[in-house]
Write a protein of this length. Structure first.
Lengths: 353, 71
């Protein structure tokens, strides 16, 4: 990915450190400066989920583990001092997600985890998904969104959807038995069942091209606000930390459970503007795929994991409710902007193609 | 009875679809293949899916129940 413009002192210091070859004295001095800045700035951050500087820095730190950053030495990925900085940022981010998740979940009345069958876990998750009655971007897209708003919608989604499924893949070697088989089965489908052109990320790229947009990974990172980056950083946090394997399975389960019907509505929105199956295929595919995935993710993945490791129930629910909290926040932002005729993207950035 | 697990299985999801996994065909009454995009499929059993024979999650909206209500 191309390195975006920095959004504050932390991302500025990060990009400046990464410009040096890893392991050199120059690099060490750069990371030390970054660590100092992070330690100094973090206590002043009141809303880390909505903090552009922190979320962009985290996004780029995680990107070192995905496709890398253009012009940045690959050795940086496991540079201990840089990992230390990432952990400094991750800790308060996780705390903020836990707080947001808690308020999204409300009061849950649950039997002891040790007594919960996989179907009971799935029931709880389906129940949570059904309470997700926040502002509906999908209904807005279906009925009202202008062509420009449809493009904005794709810009926000593109930050994740062009690497769709990748953050959950980190969890595969951290699971065993039934939940592992379940995750592999879902991911095989996400990755096109062996046909690269059917990979969900490739289908999304096709939709973007259909609207004349740039389908290169990261092309619109510059344009999206902190909360859109937070949604993806949350997945990387859950996926890259083995101790959060419960959270990444809960994340995937609720993601799938809140997807089929919204995708039908998204497709309708694009059809309303005269786009054909070439553009809507991505959404149509998700209506069918996610109705399969939600069952497997709820029962075999999250449910199977809780049966095997009952102490992970809390984290499964954390992952699930954190999605609801962050997605809810993004939806509120999109609808507030669109209903008042404003752009939901960052003002400094020219609108999508 | 063969002790080996069967080649295919049908998972009966409470209040939801039938998940069919393994080696099988989906065909019309005259034997023509029904278009199929994935290995494991979810078949509608609430009757309300817009993409039958496949499930589209509508069972959740209509509160489809597979067990009779307890009195």
């Amino acid at each position: 990915m191309k390195i975006p413009e920095p959004r504050g002192p932390i991302s500025t210091a990060l990009f400046s450190a990464l410009a040096a070859a890893a392991g050199t004295d120059h690099a060490a001095a750069g990371v030390e400066e970054l660590r100092r800045l992070v330690t100094e700035q973090l206590p002043a951050t009141t809303d880390i989920i909505g903090d552009d500087d922190v979320q962009l820095a985290l996004f780029c730190l995680y990107e070192l583990h995905y496709s890398g950053l253009e012009g940045v030495d690959d050795e940086w990925e496991w540079e201990p001092d840089l990992i230390q900085v990432r952990r400094l940022l991750e800790r308060p981010f996780e705390q903020a997600l836990r707080a947001a998740a808690q308020s999204a979940a409300g009061q849950l009345d649950l039997p002891p985890a040790a007594e919960m069958t996989s179907d009971a876990v799935a029931d709880v998750l389906f129940g949570l998904a059904a309470t997700d009655t926040g502002p509906s971007v999908s209904r807005y897209v279906a009925k009202k969104a202008t062509l420009e708003q449809l493009k904005e919608f794709l810009v926000h989604k593109s930050v994740y959807q062009l690497k769709e499924a990748d953050p959950h893949t980190w969890a595969i070697p951290r699971l065993t038995g039934r939940p592992k088989a379940a995750l592999v089965e879902i991911q095989a489908d996400e990755y096109g069942g062996g046909r690269p052109e059917r990979m969900h990320s490739a289908l999304f790229a096709r939709t973007m091209r259909g609207l004349g947009m740039d389908d290169h990974y990261g092309a619109y990172v510059e344009a999206v606000p902190a909360v859109s980056l937070s949604a993806v950083n949350m997945m990387s946090l859950f996926g890259l930390n083995r101790r959060l394997r419960g959270a990444i399975t809960g994340h995937l389960a609720i993601y799938e459970m809140t997807s089929s019907q919204p995708n039908r509505l998204y497709g309708n929105g694009f059809r309303r503007h005269g786009f054909d199956a070439e553009v809507t295929h991505y959404f149509d595919e998700h209506v069918e795929a996610d109705a399969v995935h939600e069952q497997i993710a709820g029962r075999d993945l999250a449910g199977g994991l809780v049966e095997a490791e009952p102490e992970l129930l809390g984290d499964v629910l954390f992952g699930a409710t954190a999605v609801m909290a962050i997605d809810g926040r993004l939806s509120t932002h999109l609808l507030a902007c669109w209903e008042s005729g404003e752009t939901s993207l960052r003002a400094a950035v020219p609108a999508a193609a | 009875m063969n002790q080996e697990p069967a080649e295919s299985s049908i998972v009966v999801c409470p209040d939801g679809p039938l998940i069919v996994r393994g080696d099988f065909e989906i065909v019309t009454p005259s034997g023509a293949p029904v278009p199929r995009q994935r290995q494991t499929v979810a078949l509608c059993r609430c009757g309300a899916s817009a993409i039958k024979p496949y499930c589209d999650g509508t069972h959740k909206m209509i509160k489809f129940r597979t067990e009779p209500p307890a009195d």
